[in-house]
Each structure stands twice: as C-alpha cells, then as structure tokens.
Design a protein around this ligand. Structure first.
Ligand SMILES: CCCCC/C=C\C/C=C\C/C=C\C/C=C\CCCC(=O)SCCNC(=O)CCNC(=O)[C@H](O)C(C)(C)COP(=O)(O)OP(=O)(O)OC[C@H]1O[C@@H](n2cnc3c(N)ncnc32)[C@H](O)[C@@H]1OP(=O)(O)O
Length: 227
C-alpha cells in the first residue's frame, strides 16, 4: 500500500469556501501573459496547427520538424535537475501551474478554468480544440473522463478534503462537440470516513453530455522532497 497524506492546499481550498464571500473563487492558476505560460500557449497553438495541417499541404514539413527539434534541443539544454523540478512543481500551496488539466504551464492542458462556488460546488469551463478529437468533430471520451475526474477532484478540494480516485463511473449521453464552450459542474455529495462521494456533469449549451459519479479515498501521495 502506498503511503498517503493530506495536502494542506485542500484545507486551504475548503477554507476559501467557508470564508463565504458569496462570490465564485478562481481555483485554477491564472495564465500569465509572458514567461513559461506564454511558451506553453504557443506550444498549444503549434499542436493545433499541426493537427489541422494534414498531408496534402505544400508546406515543407521536413524543414518544420528540423526547426521544432532545434527548439526542443535548446529547451532541453536549459532543463533543471529533474528531482529539483519535481520538488518545485509540488511545493506551491496555491493553484497548480503544471497539471495536465488546468495548468497554464502544461501545453497539453486545454487548459480548464475552475471556480469554486458559494454553494460548495465547482464550475469549470474550456473549449476543446481538434487535437482532442475522437469521433468526427467530437471530443474523445477519454478526454471527457479526464476533465470530469479532475473537476470532481477539485470539488473535493473545494469541499475541504481531497483524495485519490478509486472508482469513476461515466454515462455518455451525447457527444461532446469540439470548438464550443463546455461547462463542468461538480460537487462532493457525501463523506463516509475516508470515502468521498462526488458527482458531476459536463454540459454544452445547457445540455448534459456526460455525467460522472466517483468514489475518492481521502489522502494523496506524499509530495516529493529535496532529500
Ligand atoms: C481558494 C483557492 C484554492 C486554490 C486551490 C486549488 C486547488 C486545490 C483543490 C484540489 C486539488 C487539486 C486537484 C485534484 C484534482 C484531481 C484529482 C485527480 C485524482 C487522480 O487522478 S488520482 C489517480 C488515479 N487513482 C489512483 O491511482 C488510485 C490507485 N489506488 C490506490 O492508490 C488505492 O487503492 C487507494 C488510495 C484509492 C485506496 O487505498 P488505501 O490503502 O488508502 O485504502 P483502502 O484500500 O484501505 O480503502 C479504504 C476504503 O475504501 C474502499 N475502497 C477502496 N477502493 C475502492 C473501490 N475501487 N471501490 C469501492 N471501494 C473502495 C475500501 O474497501 C475501504 O473501505 P472500508 O474502509 O469500508 O473497508
């Protein structure tokens, strides 16, 4: 059995709700206009362009690959020690800047923007580009699952106690279109010891597309340390 610990950030998120400002509170990290956030946004833009490009183009894709590889090599030369980077990733107490769903520093994050609501639920939104396509013009179901799992996890944090997903049940009612704003609402419905029961729905234009019910077990893996 892996050791699990409670994150303080979860308590803080809950405390944000309990403060009862009556206004939604931004839980995901706000993207900066420059720096690494801007570089990640540029990488997202490049991925989108590559997926839309296709083979019929006259554009010199061999030269393109060479240029992209040159940029990747330049960045690789500047990388910090991997263990130190992991510590840095996990030392922050506020919104997570690197995660694959909401992180402005992660090029594969859509990114999802999440607000904690005064009623204890969370509301998340994003618009998915074609890189996430499953069926024609529709999001891959695994992406919907990812977004729901993460939003339910953040709902637990907002409710004051977060955990790891033990069971996730999804009901795909309608395909999720790409290129249209999607909304995910989620709420921790009940707690039984370490068992956290959380539900959510992904909607487009007010129509439920995917519903989710999950069991989380309170606690997280320990944060990496500098040992
Ligand atoms: C104001 C601004 C604030 C800003 C703050 C911003 C954010 C903060 C908020 C949120 C935090 C951020 C992000 C969170 C987002 C997303 C979360 C993502 C979650 C994941 O992506 S996570 C990865 C996938 N997940 C796994 O990788 C789990 C693999 N798994 C395990 O690591 C273990 O399996 C574990 C730990 C789950 C349990 O292990 P364990 O040893 O701790 O506990 P144990 O097994 O004893 O179970 C205890 C009781 O749960 C029952 N139970 C367990 N599993 C069950 C099942 N499946 N079905 C039915 N019952 C089950 C048992 O039957 C027992 O029940 P009983 O007590 O009655 O006997």
């Amino acid at each position: 059995m892996a050791e699990t610990v409670e994150y303080e950030v979860v308590t803080q998120a809950g405390a944000g709700r309990d403060a009862g400002s009556g206004e939604p509170v931004l839980m995901s990290a706000r993207a900066s206009e420059g720096g690494l956030d801007a570089a990640a946004a540029a990488a997202r833009r490049l991925v989108d362009a590559l997926v839309r490009l296709g083979d019929s183009t006259d554009y010199d894709t061999d030269a393109l690959a060479t240029r992209i590889n040159a940029i990747a090599a330049e960045v690789e030369d500047a990388l910090p020690d991997e263990a130190a980077r992991l510590v840095e990733m996990w030392q922050q107490e506020g919104p997570n800047r690197h995660d694959l769903v909401t992180g402005p520093q992660n090029p594969i994050a859509p990114p999802l923007v999440v607000h904690g609501q005064p009623d204890g639920s969370v509301e998340a939104s994003t618009t998915l580009p074609i890189a996430y396509q499953g069926q024609p013009r529709m999001a891959h179901g695994g992406i919907s699952a990812l977004l729901l799992d993460h939003t339910l996890g953040m709902a637990n944090g907002w409710a004051g106690r977060g955990g790891m997903t033990a069971r996730l049940t999804l009901n795909f009612k309608r395909p999720v279109p790409l290129g249209e704003p999607i909304t995910i609402r989620a709420k921790q419905e009940s707690v039984d010891g370490r068992k956290l029961y959380t539900q959510g729905v992904l909607s487009v234009d007010g129509e439920p597309c995917v519903t989710a019910e999950a069991l989380f077990i309170a606690g997280h893996l320990p944060r990496p340390t500098a040992d």
